[in-house]
Design a binder for this molecule. Sequence first.
Ligand code: KIV
Ligand code: ZN
Length: 513
Amino acid sequence: MDRIIVFDTTLRDGEQSPGCSMNLREKIEVARCLEKLKVDVIEAGFAISSPGDFESVKTIAGAVKECTVASLARANTKDIDAAWEAVKGAADPRIHLFIATSDLHMQYKLRMTPDQVLEAASTMTAYARKFCSNVEFSAEDATRSDWEFLAKVISAAIASGATTVNIPDTVGYTTPAEMRALFEYLRQHVKDADKAIFSTHCHDDLGMATANTLAGIQGGARQIECTVNGLGERAGNTAMEEVVMAMRTRPNAYPYECRIDTTQFARASRTVYSIIGQSAPLNKPIVGRNAFAHEAGIHQHGVMANKLTYEILTPESVGVSTNNLVLGKHSGKHAVDDRLKALGYTLSREDLEACFEEFKVLCDKKKVVTDADLEAIAEHRAVVSESADEHGYRLDWFSVHTSNFTTATCTVSLIKDGEKFEDVCLGDGPIDAAFNAIDKIVKPIEHSFDIYNIHSISEGKDTLGDVTIKLTAANRTYTGKGLSTDIIEASIVAYIKAVNKLCAATAGQKESA
Ligand code: KIV
Ligand code: ZN
């Protein structure tokens, strides 16, 4: 069996895509999930791109012990210096530098000749190697590059000390047959090819990222670059869970090993979706709600007779709960703790206490508390509880009046440091009215309202509504989440949390304004 190195770029290629930005705390939460998944390499960000990115790469580098931590850098000294500064505290740091090699990119984006690109690849790899023994070189847009030139650039990078060479399908253009042939060609024509690990990095523009990644492995790649849920630029990157489960499920076709703990997939997927305020498409392979559901009668009949009729992998193997035991108001803290552990959440005493309180409140509102409800409660606790909340506003009560023939009104009462604040506002619907009333009380600095996302946690009319709100001010995003069987309450709580963070981060600006 050949060993495949799993390189995760959820925090870089995933996070840089629209609507997927994360704050530091959220990134750390994702990094923890990646460590539990046992990925080999975490690409924690692009250190030079902003002070926030630099800080998060540095923090993750210091926090992660079990994985290599990489930062991306363009092939110039400033980028490489910043990348090294950010990752040098890691147990196993890596600098990942890149430059484009396709005619299109060289001519129109870089405005460099092929010789200049070749020179930069070589000198900048050597520059990175002065700091770090673990250097990855990527040839951006490799799959649309001239193969002979690409082989020259990769040879130069290896000669200058690159330990991993990455062949990205930057625009998701290649096909499986072409990808395999390209890797076979490079393995034959690159000088000292066996001195470096070859890597794939695919995008999903034509829906072929998983197939292309597997084809790359067949052609000789021994590192795959991927993201949780396939997050990433445009149509996304290769979904880690798909490639890994293809290898585990079809070992005859793909006789390769990796160290991923597949039972962590469901948990990691939930965390990432929860942070970006989305939920998995129902039919998403491995992590979608329907991935293991058998609705059609003929399928149900087959599965009852023998699971293998329609099931090629088990839900348990990817951490999806099949437990039918329901928890209710008579369940104790131990039962809740046991269930949470089985779902992949080991909570501190304080977090368990808070989750149990929320669980009891929910038991009064909902007949059956499902695993999905418990996961949502634990997820909110993990991602949302922030220090800004302790000193910020919290909801006391609200009252709305709305109809389809009058303007909605909402009165909100908030508490901060023991003091009560009450105001009322009109709005275009009850949620807008509530947000306007909150704005009147809190008076946050000017910001854009980027995302309002709501989805149901389970089936049924009494389902929990899960609301995510993202606000942006001065290029920083502030996320708030709310969870309640009442979607107006969930929205108000989410908005207050986002506004609290905005106010905590911009307190000085408000005073001087
Ligand atoms: O898609 C791509 O080419 C990249 C590189 C920077 C590795 O993300
Ligand atoms: Zn990419």
